[in-house]
Each structure stands twice: as structure tokens, then as C-alpha cells.
Design a protein around this ligand. Structure first.
Ligand code: NAD
Length: 250
């Protein structure tokens, strides 16, 4: 059954030059970065409800920066896994047009994807909450927390905290990609964080086939997805890539 669906996915991807991948924390779990909902890791130590809200950041930036430093160390040492590299290969082959990611870990770019929309920002860039100046993380002195801008304002990663709006540019680009794709691969997301969870719905309404890749069913599975490939993202995407490569030879 799953083999048939992998072949069906490979054919859909092979036939299209307008495939968009929409990814969530699950695609990076096999790189060693825990997702929000899985057991273990960072989020048992740092409850997102306590640390990942903009109110928490304003109330105590130093405390939140302590979590950000630990998370930063984990993200800096993580490498793309075969799911990321399969998407990068599919872009090189001309099938995957873009990746819309909810992740902040930069692993899609590290794998080689060039059109990546970071819907929830990036841990690699910091922004001043007073004057809006942005910095690359490596330009900033992180010895004393919270780090400060030249204007003495507090710096925060461009990562979107709960309670913050999505940056307009990323939102508009994501909408455009969703409205104009033929196949959307929805990989490793529980699709409960709003408004990101509307992106596959928008693609579906615009006529795209929605293919989910996840260890388990989600709230998209029954009403939005055309089919689900249930299992590990790295194994499934490598198999889809092999299928597409096979079709290109015939
Ligand atoms: P989530 O934690 O809510 O859900 C992860 C989903 O991935 C689940 O449905 C799970 O079944 C699935 N999954 C886990 N391991 C998988 C695997 N190996 N193969 C296939 N599927 C797998 O994640 P979300 O929906 O992205 O929402 C969480 C929010 O937190 C997002 O905003 C996200 O950006 C952020 N976040 C980011 C990172 C990161 O940058 N790597 C990590 C944790 C959380």
C-alpha cells in the first residue's frame, strides 16, 4: 500500500514543475532537533508557553535568552538529514519550486534549497526591538545577556514568538506560492499553529494535490490531504526522490 502511494507521489512530483514543500518541526527531528509535541528534549526543560511568547520575552529577556542560547547551540550543531537533502535534490532537478518552512533552523538552506520562505523567522538573525536594526547572529556579542543594539535597545532573534505577527513579506510570498502550486508536500507538521496551518488549505482551494508526510495523522489528513505517506520523513522523501529519478530515466 505505502509503495503504491510513494510511486503515486513520485509521479505527481515528476509531472509538475510547481511543487511546493511546506515543512514543520518533524522534518528536523531526525537531525536531532526535537519537535514541540514529541517526547523528550528541549521543550520538556523549557515549556514553550513559558518561554516562547512575546510577553515572556518583554517581561524577562535575560531568562528567555538563556533558553535561546541553549537552543542556538543545538541548532548550530545540527546537520540536514536525508529529508532535507531529498528536497534540495528535487529543487535541483527542477521539480520543487520552493520550500515554505515553519522551522527556524536554517537546515533547508544548509541542504542546498535556494528558495526558502522562513515563515516563522530565523535563529540566525537578530532584530532590535527599539529601532528595528537587524544583525547577523555572528556579528553580535552574546557574552552578556540580553544582547543589545548600538542604540542600546534589546535584541531578539527574528524568530516569531507566540503573540507576534508573521512578517508581511514572508506571509505574502507564502500565499503566492500556495495559490500557484500543483502539488504541496506537507511534511512533519501537526498543522495546529495559526496562520501557518491555513497554507495547505489555501493550496487545496487553488486546486493543488496535498500530500502529507507524517508519522501520524493530523487534522489535515481527513479533510485537506489527498493522501498521507505515514512514516519517517527521511525514509519517505528518499524513496520519493528515487521514484522521481527512476521516472526521469524512462
Ligand atoms: P509540531 O511539533 O507541532 O509537530 C511535528 C509533527 O511532525 C508531528 O505531527 C509529528 O507527528 C511529525 N513528526 C515528528 N517526527 C517526524 C518524522 N521523523 N517524520 C515525519 N513526521 C514527523 O511542529 P510544527 O507543526 O512545525 O509546529 C511547531 C512550531 O514550533 C512551529 O512554529 C515550528 O517552527 C516551531 N519549532 C521549530 C523547530 C525547528 O526549527 N526545527 C523545532 C521545534 C519547534
Amino acid at each position: 500500500m505505502k509503495e503504491d502511494l510513494i510511486q503515486k507521489t513520485a509521479q505527481a512530483v515528476f509531472r509538475s514543475k510547481k511543487v511546493v514543500a511546506f515543512t514543520g518541526a518533524g522534518i528536523s527531528v531526525e537531525s536531532g532537533i526535537p519537535d514541540f509535541r514529541g517526547a523528550g528534549g528541549l521543550w520538556e526543560k523549557f515549556d514553550p508557553a513559558e518561554y516562547a511568547t512575546i510577553e515572556a520575552f518583554h517581561a524577562n529577556p535575560q531568562k528567555v535568552w538563556t533558553m535561546l542560547m541553549e537552543m542556538g547551540n543545538l541548532l548550530e550543531s545540527s546537520k540536514p538529514n536525508p529529508a532535507h537533502t531529498a528536497l534540495a535534490q528535487l529543487e535541483k532537478m527542477g521539480h520543487v519550486r520552493s520550500v515554505i518552512t515553519q522551522n527556524i533552523d536554517h537546515l533547508h538552506q544548509d541542504a542546498g534549497n535556494t528558495r526558502v520562505i522562513e515563515y516563522h523567522g530565523s535563529h540566525k538573525r537578530l532584530v532590535c526591538l527599539t529601532c528595528g536594526q537587524q544583525y547577523a547572529k555572528e556579528e553580535v556579542n552574546l557574552d552578556a545577556l540580553p544582547p543589545l543594539c548600538r542604540c542600546k535597545g534589546v535584541l531578539k532573534p527574528t524568530v516569531i514568538f507566540f503573540g507576534e505577527p508573521i512578517p508581511t513579506g514572508a506571509h505574502l510570498q507564502a500565499m503566492e506560492e500556495a495559490r500557484d502550486c500543483e502539488v504541496m508536500l506537507v511534511i512533519g507538521t501537526s498543522a495546529v499553529v495559526s496562520p501557518a496551518c491555513d497554507i495547505p488549505v489555501l493550496a487545496k482551494r487553488a486546486g493543488a494535490a496535498i500530500v502529507e508526510v507524517n508519522l501520524e495523522e493530523t487534522q489535515l489528513t481527513r479533510y485537506v490531504s489527498d493522501w498521507i505517506l505515514q512514516g519517517s520523513a527521511s525514509q519517505i522523501l528518499q524513496s520519493v526522490l528515487d521514484g522521481v529519478a527512476g521516472l526521469r530515466k524512462t
